[in-house]
Design a binder for this molecule. Structure first.
Ligand code: HEM
Ligand code: SF4
Ligand code: SF4
Length: 525
């Protein structure tokens, strides 16, 4: 049941993302940069917030007036900054929530990935707290409503000797110090915790994507500016503690909890929020993910080249001085608790070449459940079954378009845990002696990869931009790279049709046979 639900939600999400890819292109699809977009919106919030704070008066009577002056008298800059501040904050909540839902739907929160999930939960609350303290500073009737309900909420806990609500009995009871405290929390205290929290959150991820593409940044900034001009952010009436706030227009992104507290009462709201937090925290173990065997190192075949260390998207590999007395200076070492079993390191190792004489084809690093030897053998079987004039072998991944559905006659297909697991030497191997006429490499959509970087590294290897490179003498016209999401098999079918035709034309023109190529022999082989 849970699996069916997950598959259905994954398919729905992928379809939505495919639509966005059609509009924005794969490089600028916002769904592929949600964490980075959240950080970017916080930058806008920070810069606009600093401007606002330069004019803000931290006193009971000055707070409202100073914000009003900025909004109306200096609407062309102060007003725009205020609106940008508010709308960028709202945008950050949207991208953060979508980011959380996406990681959940794509099942990137269980097993070894529990850490990223658990450290994400406090970020949720910090972001909401930041927004709420911001609304409070304006000191209009909305702020008054927030202040009263929040005070009631906090006073429910038996930890304050002086009830907070006492500060809001009358305008006179409210002191300027209170606004200084709120200003400190909103401008320094919570943002500092948030920055530290985000750093902690991405700490275990190698090369985290914290900057969205420039086009996406420029586009969203323009959209926020346009919105700020069309619908400037304004205050309600000034707060009046002697009157009950009338009708309020809430920012539902931040203030949704207040009507809930009003409806169910403070005690129930505490129970609800605490239960929700614990439930979210427990998600990675509901149910626990079956542990996959992690990558295994065979020092006999490791030359200490560092390629796998540079490619591992989860920082699970490091180098240390050689311990086995071999001539090489370093050796690789794995931290099993960080390994997500993606296999990308197996594709990086120069010892992963099928041209070696050794029978067992052991390599410096590989997944025990899908060894290089097994990969080569499965490939041999697939290649031997190919028939026709334009025989194509497709290498795909288990999380994108199901390449096995393409099999038949002149098309063979192998599906890996991640395309990044494929050493370029196997492309070479397929084309050498014309075991196949063409190779198509595919996997998760461009700009997106279940294991973060597998398709990026693969493309760079094929283009000769990253080791281990596809040897320059391999006939590049016979190698295609086409990324396609799990709902986009049609794209691959079209690609294969075109490829088949091109291969046929190449052969008809008597294009020279693919030369026999030397393969990246690797320092460890
Ligand atoms: C301030 C809010 C947040 C920011 C700025 C943020 C940012 C990021 C960034 C930059 C990454 C790395 C993306 C990559 O390079 O692949 C990431 C990963 C992740 N985030 Fe967040 N995040 C936030 C909130 C959350 C929340 C609330 C959750 C869930 C409770 C969450 C769950 C995750 C998970 C599970 C990953 C790891 C994905 C993987 O293993 O590939 N994040 N986040
Ligand atoms: S299998 Fe993936 S996560 Fe594990 S060490 Fe290799 S590249 Fe890193
Ligand atoms: S030889 Fe292979 S296992 Fe050793 S460091 Fe290089 S890529 Fe990693």
């Amino acid at each position: 049941m849970a699996t069916t639900l997950r598959q259905a939600s994954q398919a729905l999400l992928t379809r939505i993302e495919d639509r966005f890819t059609q509009v924005f292109g794969p490089g600028c699809n916002p769904f592929f940069h949600l964490g980075a977009m959240t950080i970017y919106f916080f930058w806008i919030v920070l810069i606009s917030g600093l401007y606002l704070f330069a004019f803000f008066e931290t006193s009971v009577y000055g707070a409202f007036q100073s914000v009003e002056r900025l909004t109306h008298e200096q609407w062309w800059l102060g007003g725009v900054m205020r609106s940008l501040h508010r709308y960028a904050s709202d945008a950050a909540v949207i991208t953060m929530m979508l980011h959380m839902i996406r990681e959940f739907v794509r099942d990137r929160y269980r097993g070894v990935r529990w850490y990223s999930w658990i450290t994400g939960v406090p970020l949720l609350w910090m972001v909401f707290l930041l927004g709420i303290t911001g609304y409070w500073l304006v000191w209009d009737v909305l702020a008054q409503y927030i202040a009263l309900v929040s005070a009631e909420y906090m006073d429910w806990l038996p930890i304050f000797t002086d009830p907070i609500a006492r500060n809001f009995i009358s305008q006179e009871a409210l002191s300027d110090r209170f606004f200084t405290l709120m200003g400190f929390l909103h401008l320094i205290g919570i943002p500092l915790f948030l920055v530290f929290g985000i750093w902690f959150h991405v700490m275990r991820i190698a090369m985290p994507n914290i900057n969205p593409p420039r086009t996406l940044m420029a586009g969203s900034l323009i959209a926020l500016l346009v919105l700020s001009l069309i619908k400037p952010a304004v205050s309600h009436e000034v707060a009046d503690l002697s009157a009950v706030p009338g009708e309020l227009s809430l920012d539902w992104f931040y203030l949704f909890i207040y009507p809930v507290i009003d409806t169910i009462g403070v005690g129930s709201a505490w129970i609800l929020l605490t239960a929700l937090t614990f439930l979210l925290m427990a998600f990675p173990w509901l149910p626990r993910k079956k542990a996959e065997p992690v990558a295994e190192i065979d020092l006999e075949h490791c030359s200490g080249c560092t390629w796998c260390v540079n490619d591992c998207p989860y920082g699970a590999l490091t180098m240390r001085p050689r311990s086995d007395g071999r001539a090489h200076k370093q050796e690789v070492v794995i931290e099993p608790d960080l390994c997500v079993s993606c296999g990308i390191c197996a594709g990086s190792c120069p010892s992963a070449t099928p041209f070696r004489k050794s029978e067992d084809l052991s390599t410096g690093i590989q997944l025990p459940q899908f060894s290089f030897r097994r990969l080569r053998d499965e490939m041999d079987t697939a290649l031997s079954e190919l028939r026709g004039d334009a025989r194509i072998i497709v290498y795909g991944c288990d999380h994108a378009a199901t390449v096995k559905q393409l099999r038949g006659g002149d098309v063979a297909a192998l599906s890996l845990e991640c395309t990044g697991m494929l050493p370029p030497s196997l492309i070479d191997y397929a084309l050498r002696d014309r075991k196949a006429d063409g190779v198509l490499v595919t996997g998760c959509c461009e700009g997106d990869c279940l294991h973060r970087l597998g398709n990026t590294w693969m493309e760079q290897r094929v283009n000769g931009e990253r080791p281990p490179q596809l040897r320059g003498r391999v006939d590049r016209d016979r190698v295609r790279v086409r990324w396609a999401s799990s709902t986009d098999l049609a794209t691959l079918r079209r690609e294969i049709d075109g490829f088949r035709q091109d291969l046929g034309e190449m052969d008809a023109k008597g294009a020279p046979e693919a030369p026999l190529v030397a393969v990246e022999s690797g320092r460890g082989a």
